[in-house]
Design a protein around this ligand. Structure first.
Ligand SMILES: Nc1ncnc2c1ncn2[C@@H]1O[C@H](COP(=O)(O)OP(=O)(O)OP(=O)(O)O)[C@@H](O)[C@H]1O
Ligand SMILES: [Mg+2]
Length: 147
C-alpha cells in the first residue's frame, strides 16, 4: 500500500484525483475499484483536471469509453476513461475501437479489476470504500501483474 487517504467530501475525492493526474504519464493505467456510487467517476474527473485534458468527464457507463484530448498547460497526455461495468470480459477491451493508442494515453478504468490487468505490466489501484457517515476511504497501491 502506498497511501490511504480519508475523503470527507466529494471535493476531497476530486482533489485526490487531481494530485494523481498531475503525476501520470503516457502508458500509465489506473484502476478505480469500489461499489456503486463509491466516487470512482468523481476521482476520474479529478484525474482529468490534474492531467490537463478537455472535459467534461462524466460517467461513461453507456458508452464504455471516452477519450479526452490534452489541453495546453497540462501534461500533454490524452486520457482514456473506461467504464468496464458492462464489458463482458477482458477480450472486449481490445475491441473498443478507440482512436487513441492506449500506450500514448493515461488510461483510467472503473470496474476494471480482473479485466484491465492486460493493459499494462503494472497499474495504480485505487480502492474506494464508503463509510457509514458517507465519507470515503481511498487505498492506493501499485500492482504488478504476474507474468
Ligand atoms: N468523499 C466523498 N464524500 C461524500 N460523497 C462523495 C465523496 N466522493 C464522492 N461522493 C459522491 O458520491 C456520488 C457518486 O459518485 P460517483 O458517480 O463518482 O461514483 P461511482 O463510483 O463512479 O459510481 P458508479 O459505480 O455508478 O460508476 C456522487 O454524488 C459524489 O458527489
Ligand atoms: Mg462511475
Amino acid at each position: 500500500m502506498i497511501e490511504s487517504v480519508e475523503l470527507a467530501t466529494a471535493q476531497d475525492t476530486e482533489a485526490l484525483g487531481a494530485r494523481i493526474g498531475a503525476q501520470l504519464s503516457a502508458g500509465d493505467v489506473v484502476l478505480l475499484s469500489g461499489p456503486l456510487g463509491a466516487g470512482k467517476t468523481v476521482l476520474a474527473k479529478g484525474i482529468g483536471r490534474g492531467l490537463g485534458v478537455a472535459g467534461p468527464i462524466t460517467s461513461p457507463t453507456f458508452v464504455i469509453a471516452r477519450e479526452h484530448d490534452p489541453v495546453p498547460g497540462g501534461r500533454g497526455v490524452p486520457l482514456v476513461h473506461v467504464d468496464a461495468y458492462r464489458l463482458g470480459g477482458a477480450a472486449e477491451l481490445d475491441d473498443l475501437d478507440l482512436d487513441t493508442d492506449l500506450s500514448e494515453a493515461a488510461v483510467v478504468v472503473e470496474w476494471g479489476e480482473g479485466m484491465a490487468e492486460r493493459l499494462s505490466r503494472e497499474h495504480l489501484l485505487i480502492r474506494l470504500t464508503r463509510r457509514d457517515d458517507d465519507s470515503r476511504l481511498a487505498e492506493i497501491s501499485r500492482v504488478e501483474v504476474p507474468a
